[in-house]
Structures are given as structure tokens and as C-alpha cells.
Design a protein around this ligand. Structure first.
Ligand SMILES: *Cc1c(COP(=O)(O)O)cnc(C)c1O
Length: 369
């Protein structure tokens, strides 16, 4: 048996006719950039998260960048964020000319530790980015309270958390805005690159609309120096088709997580991910921990199972951020997890037989030690 890490083809085959005809429709209407397909998806995606406005852009990285840029984050400012995240999160801060200030994560849930945020605040701090890593919301009540008390902007990185909920409310509207990615492997994936920012703030919305299209709201009249961050029509049309299935796909991910737990529970050498009470985890990734991570990943691969590591190096230890002078040992939980996390195959179409096969191979591996 061969098990992909994410089986994009299985999902395509399940909605093939609808996707093919929607692509032909874009060709017929020749609305290749922005336009009605993107607009329709923006309205539907905002509604799905109970948020007023959505601005689609050409990647999740652009979403983070345009949000902070439109909020006026600039050189001399500091932005607090977890070091255990995908590199795009701090990268977007740097693209604005500001300084990422890293903090460690909580041991239980892999997300930014609210207790550590206040210590990192300085007179230069402008914002906090809460990353909902692996599809599980961060501690939004505590983080929001800290942001409000210190007059800081709260930005959510929801790139892995489409439709995730914190206390029965969808992520993306707890702060001033929520940034999403539609990279093909994400819970809602385009057939190419894509991203979006959700917000309830009309001023921020208009500024982002302009910045993504050369600082212009009216063709050839430019109010700001912006960029070309527009989404392609094909991606908007495909995302609009796929959005209808997202609830169902999310439930399937959650069901797969339950199955993984059921089988893996007997393997004492494996630490399973914890779910935070009162949140809806959408399982972008199912991440286990073992000190034998590197050997296990190789064993699985030799048996046709493709697992991943998210992420092998915390951001503060990346070469690109050497100039910030962080030290090894400064964020012990992130550094420890970077060496022991392993993401098992996770996608809605995964079958119980496949999950059972993964379990058997994990068990075989530990029995062989
Ligand atoms: C994927 C991802 C991004 C960047 O999104 P792209 O669409 O790949 O640019 C940002 N933050 C996190 C946490 C991500 O997982």
C-alpha cells in the first residue's frame, strides 16, 4: 500500500466534473484575474466565517503581508509571534520592515504561550500574531485580553485553520483580521497559489483592496503605492466550488483524527496531540511526537507511507534570522518539538484501512527496536 501525505488527486477525482466545467466557464467568460469568480468566492468565504469582508490575494504570505502593510506596520515596529510556525509568518513581518519578536509555545497545544507574550512587549510593539497551528485555535481569550490591555493589534494566522472554532466562534474575526492560505495542500486548497484576509473593519478592507491592485480602487487612479497581489479568476472559481464541501471535508479530517487516536493509543512510545477544551480543531495536520522521529519517518517511507515534519527548525534558529541574535536554548519547548514532531498522512479521503496500515507500521517500527 502507498499512502501519500496529502492525496490531492483523490479529492480532484471526487469533484472532477464540477471542477472541469467551472474551469471551462472561466475560459468562456475570460475573466482571468480578479473579476466575478473571485468576488463570488470572497462573499461566500466571508459568510462561512461570519465575517463582513474578504480580500483575496495571490498567496497566504501575501495575505499576511498586505494585512500588516495596510495596518501601517513598518520599520521600527515590533510584532510578537510564536517561533514555532511556518517561516512565512515572521517573513511577512520582515517584508513590512518591522522586527519579528519570537516567543515560545505551550507544551500542550503547540500554540503561542500567552504567559510569555507580556514579557516580550516593549514600547515598539505594535501587534501580536496568533498562529492557529495544525488547525487548532490559539488561546484567543487570553491573547485578545493582552492585546486590548496593551493597545496592540491582534492578527490571526489562519493558514492552517479554515473553519476552526474557538468557543463556538470561527477563527479569523477575533482580532482586527485573519489571514488564510489556499496553497493546494491546505484544508481549502486552490489549484495553484491563493490567500485571503478576513476583517470586519471597513477602513482596513478598503486599504487592502487598494494595495493588492497597485494602490488603486478606480482603474488608473492610484491613491497608494501598492503591489500586484491579485487572485486569478480560475482560483476563485475553483475555491468557490470547493468551499461547498469544506464542512464535510473538515468533519472527515476530524473523524480520521479520532481513528488515529483509537489505534495509536496502545503505542506507549508515541505522544498524541491534545485537543484544547471548547475549541474545534480542524486537523490540517495530525502531529505525533517521538524521540525516534527520524528513524520512524524513514521506516514509514520505506513502507510507502509519506509523513512530514512541521517544522524541523524553529524560526528564531533559521539562518535568515541570525541577525536577530537569538540563541540555541532560548525557546526550549519549540526547540524540543522541532526534533520530535512527525505529521502522519492527513486528508479527508484517507480511509480507515489506510489509517490502520499506518498504525501497523508504526507499531512494527517500535516492536523492532
Ligand atoms: C502555508 C502557511 C502560510 C503561507 O501561505 P502560502 O499560501 O504558502 O504563502 C503562512 N502561515 C502558515 C502558518 C502557513 O501554514
Amino acid at each position: 500500500m502507498k499512502i501519500e501525505f496529502v492525496d490531492l488527486k483523490a479529492q480532484y477525482l471526487s469533484i472532477k466534473d464540477e471542477i472541469n466545467s467551472c474551469i471551462l466557464n472561466v475560459f468562456e467568460k475570460s475573466s482571468f484575474v480578479s473579476g466575478p469568480f473571485v468576488k463570488s468566492f470572497e462573499e461566500n468565504f466571508a459568510r462561512a466565517h461570519n465575517v463582513k469582508y474578504c480580500v483575496c490575494v495571490n498567496s497566504g504570505t501575501s495575505a499576511l503581508h498586505i494585512a500588516m502593510w495596510a495596518l501601517g506596520i513598518k520599520e521600527g515596529d515590533e510584532v510578537i509571534l510564536p517561533t514555532f510556525t511556518f517561516f512565512a509568518t515572521p517573513e511577512a513581518v520582515s517584508l513590512c520592515g518591522a522586527k519579528p519578536v519570537f516567543v515560545d509555545i505551550e507544551e500542550e497545544y503547540f500554540n503561542i504561550d500567552p504567559e510569555l507574550i507580556e514579557m516580550a512587549i516593549t514600547p515598539k510593539t505594535k501587534a501580536i500574531i496568533a498562529v492557529h497551528l495544525y488547525g487548532q485555535p490559539a488561546q484567543l481569550d487570553k491573547i485578545k485580553a493582552i492585546a486590548e490591555k496593551n493597545n496592540l493589534l491582534l492578527i490571526e494566522d489562519c493558514a492552517q485553520a479554515h473553519l476552526a472554532e474557538y468557543k463556538r466562534k470561527k477563527v479569523g474575526s477575533f482580532g482586527i483580521c485573519g489571514c488564510f492560505s489556499f496553497y493546494p495542500g491546505k484544508n481549502l486548497g486552490a489549484y495553484g497559489e491563493g490567500g485571503a484576509v478576513l476583517t470586519n473593519d471597513s477602513e482596513l478592507y478598503l486599504k487592502m483592496l487598494a494595495l493588492r491592485d497597485h494602490g488603486s480602487l478606480k482603474k488608473y487612479y492610484h491613491d497608494y503605492i501598492g503591489h500586484n497581489y491579485r487572485m486569478e479568476g480560475i482560483q476563485g472559481a475553483i475555491l468557490d466550488v470547493k468551499l461547498k464541501y469544506l464542512n464535510d471535508w473538515t468533519e472527515k479530517r476530524r473523524k480520521n483524527a479520532i481513528l488515529y487516536r483509537k489505534y495509536l493509543a496502545e503505542i506507549k512510545e508515541v505522544a498524541l496531540p491534545l485537543e484544547m477544551p471548547d475549541t474545534k480543531h480542524v486537523y490540517h495536520l495530525f502531529v505525533i511526537r517521538t524521540p525516534k522521529r527520524d528513524e520512524l519517518i524513514k521506516y514509514l517511507q520505506d513502507n510507502g507511507i509519506f509523513a512530514g515534519i512541521h517544522y524541523p527548525v524553529p524560526c528564531h534558529l533559521q539562518k535568515a534570522y541570525r541577525f536577530l541574535n537569538y540563541q540555541q536554548g532560548q525557546f526550549p519547548i519549540s526547540e524540543r518539538y522541532a526534533n520530535c514532531v512527525l505529521s502522519l498522512p492527513m486528508f479527508p479521503e484517507l480511509t480507515e484501512a489506510q489509517i490502520q496500515f499506518v498504525f501497523q507500521k508504526v507499531k512494527e517500527f517500535f516492536n523492532s527496536l
